[in-house]
Write a protein that binds this ligand. Structure first.
Ligand code: MN
Length: 244
């Protein structure tokens, strides 16, 4: 199990490596990038290793919650996303699309769960504080100030109806940072947005320690946010960075 420190170093190295392997369209890897690996060598969805020990988020998130969350909420979504794609492949082969609606809905829900959980583990792998540099400037430009940004993000996340996520995303075509509320794993998005920071407010993310106090959990999460990772994600999503 990688420590948080080695994971962050690996993330930076991995990002630079990905930039270099895509060097046909990238002039120089002057800036680190961040790209998640959602699949294995065979193209099947696969959960990456948890980037920290189960107890690394104590006391904000207890070890048992992290263990259950990763093994019994993130990993099963990966299995189910593969199963949905398998069901669709069988439907094509047999030309029997009676269950197409079921499998398409499953794919959207389960794959979105895999995507958002993959981002979430990195979003909470930091030490809090405030964003700096390019991300801080983008927040000021799009939200007025960090204080206003945080107030909206906390309010939006706490107010998610039932189960879902608070999402900070960068939309490359709009050139904007946005805060979205996500219900379940896939609803209320804006197409094309790249999540750079996500806060899981399914009850499985906090109920052992916080019970009904979602407000406390969301506020405590800010001491774990990895702003450097959010910055890398915003940079990686920027078409100017990718196409220059
Ligand atoms: Mn979750």
């Amino acid at each position: 199990m990688a420590t948080r420190r080695t994971f962050l170093q690996d993330t930076a190295a991995l990002g630079a490596g990905i930039m270099l392997t895509q060097a046909q369209t990238v002039r120089a890897a002057e800036e680190p990038a961040y790209t998640d690996k959602l699949t294995d060598a065979d193209g099947k969805y696969a959960a990456g290793p948890l980037p920290f020990a189960y107890d690394a988020l104590e006391p904000v998130i207890d070890a048992r919650t992290v263990e259950l969350h990763y093994n019994f909420h993130h990993k099963p979504a990966v299995v189910a996303a593969n199963k949905a794609e398998g069901g669709l492949a069988k439907a094509r082969d047999s030309n029997d699309f009676a269950l197409v609606k079921f499998y398409e809905k499953e794919l959207a829900f389960q794959l979105s769960s895999h995507i958002l959980h993959t981002v979430y583990w990195t979003s909470v792998s930091g030490k809090g504080g405030q964003p700096t540099g390019e991300l801080a400037k983008a927040i000021d430009r799009n939200f007025g100030s960090y204080a206003k940004f945080k107030a909206q993000l906390v309010a939006a996340t706490i107010a998610v109806e039932a189960s879902g996520w608070g999402v900070v995303g960068y939309h490359p075509a709009a050139g904007k940072l946005m805060i979205l509320q996500c219900e379940n794993h896939q609803k209320l998005t804006a197409w094309g947005i790249q999540p750079i920071l996500v806060l899981d407010v399914f009850e499985h993310a906090y109920y052992l320690k916080y019970q009904n106090r979602r407000n406390d959990y969301v506020n405590q999460l800010f001491s774990l946010i990895n702003w450097d990772n959010a910055t890398l994600r915003m940079q990686a999503a920027s078409p100017a960075r990718r196409l220059s």
